[in-house]
Design a protein around this ligand. Structure first.
Ligand code: ATP
Ligand code: MG
Ligand code: MG
Length: 499
């Protein structure tokens, strides 16, 4: 089993329960519903199928809802001559009009009617992460005339970037609020927000969630230069980041993207928050059965950089080989992680937590013990998943079995590097817990009898609390018999025994 997590974007190519089940078997851990595409009714069907497939698969699968944010998109575009959209060549003129229409005959509309007022002659208009490019050449009251500088096929709802234009749009649109309510009602596990510009954008969304009784963790998609300028405040306001390389690569100099990727991953490591590397990871597999050398290197390097998860976009949502793409990603992660295991002990963790200093200290202590004892396994009781989130940052070359009785917390753990979400009823006391772990490890053949594993527990097992115990347990030894635990660091263990 690999430690890197795989996020798969949902879409028509992976809509059936059968394909989804196989997608999970191939290694997908998190399903991304992109609210930019499709209707809420379509997402509802997709979600029902995800849940059914996840139940068949039998392991926790997280669902991440991706809010469009202030992203401008093309309106609907008719399929002309079987191209799947509208073919535009270099030098062709395209008209963008104010009133919505189904695009045809080189005339389209966008999701933002007042765009025709904001764009000036000479401004550049980039479509589909910059794959197609235009320059505005003429402005009329209700339409813009644009000349194509890089051609291709314009398709429904493709994103538009305007690197030279200041546009006035709220951070969270009407459509986003609708999607947010849907996400709350359907108990999604994560919400990502596109085009985050400041921590305030996340605070606004979080307040709204709280007012509606929801605590869905928020992932900030980093794809604007403004966001990079105040990245630490954004990381603090978010529960995780996505390196959204598609838009990032047109909003900033493309050559800066790998540097930003490394920097964001490093900062998330220190902050104890998950990070996802996204976009074009295996892009050629949308059409082809095998990836390019460069793509394979890209996935491996994201893992070397220290990411929690790698993401597939069009490869799974609309690609010809969605299962193949997950298989390939899984295989790359397998060999990269094997190499990491042979060549380096995981680096001493850089986690320096402002909010959970005790957990950070315990995590670093566990890291040192694991190096020393060569433990095959770390087991943590992480009722809310917060502890698991920090332990993921240790990037141990071994699995972290994270136990909880909370299904929601278990699903959220599906995004965290190396964490194996494991359901377990709340034990009455420590001896019951250690006994249950011993049984589970032997049943699942996770570690041989006689090996020493590290168990980390929190005060009141079933309720959220701070970390306060490290147990070194020898597999096969019953907890209740004498001389079994090699060492106990009984920080508050008394309280534990009484619960
Ligand atoms: P974002 O900036 O949020 O990543 P995107 O437009 O790049 O938005 P992706 O989710 O990355 O969207 O997917 C890549 C492409 O796959 C999209 O541009 C779209 O054409 C297609 N796609 C994705 N999801 C769907 C869907 N549910 N239905 C139809 N097409 C989809
Ligand atoms: Mg984007
Ligand atoms: Mg994308």
């Amino acid at each position: 089993m690999i430690r890197t997590k795989i996020v798969a974007t949902m879409g028509p190519a992976v809509s059936s329960v059968d394909v989804l089940t196989r997608l999970f078997e191939a290694g997908a851990d998190v399903c991304r519903l992109n609210f930019s595409h499709g209707t809420l009714d379509e997402h509802a069907i997709q979600l029902r199928n995800i849940r059914e497939a996840a139940a068949k698969f039998g392991e926790p699968i997280a669902v991440l809802g991706d809010l469009s944010g202030p992203k401008i998109r093309l309106g609907q575009v008719a399929d002309e001559n079987g191209t799947g959209g509208m073919l535009i060549d270099v030098g062709d003129e395209l008209v963008m009009q104010r009133t919505p229409i189904v695009g045809h005959d080189r005339r389209v509309s966008t999701t933002l009617p007042h765009l025709v007022d904001d764009i000036a002659v000479g401004d550049r208009i980039l479509i589909e992460d910059g794959a197609l490019r235009f320059v505005c050449t003429k402005k009329l009251p209700d339409e813009l005339h644009c000349t194509c500088t890089v051609g291709g096929v314009l398709k429904t709802a493709k994103g538009i970037n305007l690197p030279n234009t200041a546009i006035n749009v709220p951070a969270i649109t009407e459509r986003d609020w609708e999607s947010t309510h849907w996400a709350i009602a359907n108990d999604l596990d994560y919400l990502a927000l596109s085009f985050v510009r400041s921590p305030h954008d996340l605070q606004l969304l979080r307040e709204h969630l709280a007012n509606n009784g929801s605590d869905i963790p928020l992932i900030a998609k980093i794809e604007k230069a403004e966001a990079i300028k105040q990245i630490d405040a954004i990381i603090e306001a978010a529960d995780g980041l996505m390196v959204a390389r598609g838009d990032l690569g047109v909003e900033i100099d493309l050559a800066q993207v790998p540097i930003v990727q490394k920097d964001l991953i490093r900062r998330c490591c220190a902050a104890g928050k998950p990070v996802i590397v996204a976009t074009q990871m295996l892009q050629s597999m949308i059409e082809q059965a095998s990836p390019t050398r460069a793509e394979v290197s890209d996935v491996a390097n994201a893992i070397f950089d220290g990411t929690d998860a790698v993401m597939l976009s069009g490869e799974t949502s609309v690609g010809k080989f969605p299962l193949g793409a997950v298989h390939v990603m899984n295989h790359i992660a397998e060999s990269t992680e094997e190499y990491l295991g042979q060549t380096e002990n995981s680096r001493e963790p850089a986690v320096k937590l402002k909010t959970m200093p005790l957990s950070g200290a315990v995590a670093r202590g566990v890291w040192a013990i694991v190096q020393e004892l060569k433990s095959p396994l770390v087991v943590i009781w992480s009722q809310t998943g917060a502890t698991a989130r920090i332990f993921a940052k240790l990037r141990l070359n071994l699995p972290i079995l994270a136990l909880s009785s909370d299904q929601r917390a278990l699903r959220r753990m599906a995004l965290q590097y190396g964490v194996v979400p494991t359901p377990m009823p709340v034990p009455r006391d420590m001896s019951e817990l250690v006994g249950a772990i011993d049984k589970l490890v032997q049943e699942k053949k996770l570690a041989p009898a006689g090996s020493r594993i590290v168990i980390v527990v929190a005060s009141a097992l079933g309720t959220p609390g701070t970390l306060n115990g490290i147990i070194l347990h020898t597999i096969g030894d019953g907890w209740r018999s004498a001389g079994n635990a090699d060492a106990t660091i009984p920080l508050g263990a008394d309280a534990l025994m009484k619960t």
